[in-house]
Write a protein that binds this ligand. Sequence first.
Ligand code: ADP
Ligand code: MG
Length: 685
Amino acid sequence: MTALRGVGEVLAEKLARLGVFTVQDLLFLLPLRYEDRTRIVPIGSLQAGARAVIEAEVELTEAVFRGRRQLLCRVTDRSGYLTLRFFHFTATQQAGLARGVHLRCYGEVRRGSLGLEIVHPEYRVLKGQATEGLPEALTPIYPSTEGVQQSRLRRLVELAFESLGEDGPRELLPRAALDALQLPSLRTALNYMHYPPTDASLAQLAAGRHPAQRRLAFEELLAHQLSLRQLRDEIRRDPAPKLAGDGTMIKRVLSALPFKLTAAQLRAHEQIAADLRLEKPMLRLVQGDVGCGKTVVAALAAAQAIEAGYQVAVMAPTELLAEQHLRNFHGWFSSVRVKPLLLTGKLQGRKRAAALDAVAGAQARLVIGTHALFQEGVRFKRLALVVVDEQHRFGVHQRMQLRQKGALEGRYPHQLIMTATPIPRTLAMTAYADLDIAVIDELPPGRTPVQTVAMPDKRRDEVVLRIHEACLQQRQAYWVCPAIEDTEDLPYKAAEELSAQLTAALPDLTVGLIHGRLPAAQKETMMQRFQAGKVDLLVATTVIEVGVDVPNASLMVIENAERMGLAQLHQLRGRVGRGKHASSCVLLYHPPLSQMARERLQVLRETNDGFEVARRDLELRGPGELLGTRQTGLAQLRVADLLRDADLLPRVQQGAELMVQAHAENIRPLIDRWVTHGGRYGKIG
Ligand code: ADP
Ligand code: MG
């Protein structure tokens, strides 16, 4: 930046805060909005609320005291009078606004005590009769940062255009890709964005639908797509252990299962099995709605690795879930005499040391745990497969870290990532372009859809009756109270109170309590008791949000549902409807409901399909929140908006293909322009 005339270290630093590091970056700092300063508006035709340029002569300027000291300057252009009002002013300024001085002002006109006025207008004294020309284009208003004025930014952008020459910055996109979408060249688009003509549609610009914006959004999405693909290619160039046993262990695990795989599970399993037989690292995402049976698919992948003589690490987002996986895997692998080992942060002392030894010596073939699996001090001897469950808590960077930690002798483990966040396919292909995707789009047979109702929390008594009824029929129930941010109480407090109330209200039932503060052993015991049917009603915080599987539970009550995200509610609801009994979910809310909250609860009442929930969530909230910012490489989109520009995504895929085939030399500069920012982007791994 300092190469630009008039830019020193201090200014460069301020600009860096806007993401501007190079002269080229300045051109990609796009205006937030525009103002029309191309015409001088007669005072007589001004209307309150408008922003306008006026030219007028000063009649009278006086400092007055009206509650506070201020400067009032009365100006006229013969069509009418207007007051300029300043609350901050200097003596020099006051002197400069003497009677007879000609001014050009810009500002928002409002109705004041003295008629129309502008508070703190931008203004310039016009020297003599030689009026300066008005701008020919709309005036851009840039995102501002402290200490850099708009006029300064505008001047800098002008200088940047000059210094980059007639056709700079370089066009990196293939003409064919742009033509197909009827999008303008880069220079044309940038020119338009910084200097839109007076007849530009401000509404279209504000909506982000102008071809100039779409051109830039397209370029940005393409850059991210290529960056993720490159990452993926790099990863796949490395060798990985080839997991090609004779299949007996897989067969035995399969035949020990109490059910038959669904067609969708089988398909995912086969895709994974084929990946694992190759000598390059698998990076596969298994996407499937809650309850579709992802865990068993992961277990089969684990069997393939163990059979080939390697170790497997299964990473769950919570201890509770790790414990559940332990129980499941224990059952599934008992026929092949593989004993899973649990490794979480809670494991300490001698037990921990023994576990670490077993991992380091490869006696432990199947290791299940939380992120503690990849902390300092954990060394695998023959790790070949990492399974990451419920990956919405793990992002691109974590994936890379895992890979590094799991590397042994230059070989990298395969990665299998399982998620219940069902995002639309085109979005997935963009957000997870570094992964292959397998979709499980079918639930095991015999499930009945969950009936969902919403009711105000004053009808709590009815809900208690319902629970009583269900439990008398040997069903079980959950009652979830989520963390409420703006109360003093910690979430487990609310859960404790609620469980006390419910214990009192339901004396003939066994009420259990589980929350994050309980020691791991206690949580595990409680889950086991619930699973074994010894607890009728489980009061819980959202620790049970992901993955917990108790098929006999048929009623889910969620407190303060209006405060939770759709995806989270859908996850929670997915805890029921897993067995043969008809299940229901009661969303308790605290009135009054906002319009948005009402619509969100409505979505859950209308559909049980996670993909549909995700689609509606996307409409209501936008993709950033749906995906979580950490998990994709798309966290910092500058121009594009995944929802607004969703229609571009298929073209982005094609464009990326075309670039790889025919314009490979432009890929690096493109990624640099939008993603890595000349290396300033957080280093991966
Ligand atoms: P999720 O995909 O949400 O992780 P789980 O793997 O926890 O789902 O499976 C949900 C439940 O469905 C478990 O009780 C599991 O044993 C059961 N299950 C999985 N696959 C099948 C199947 N093919 N037929 C019947 N039940 C199945
Ligand atoms: Mg699961």
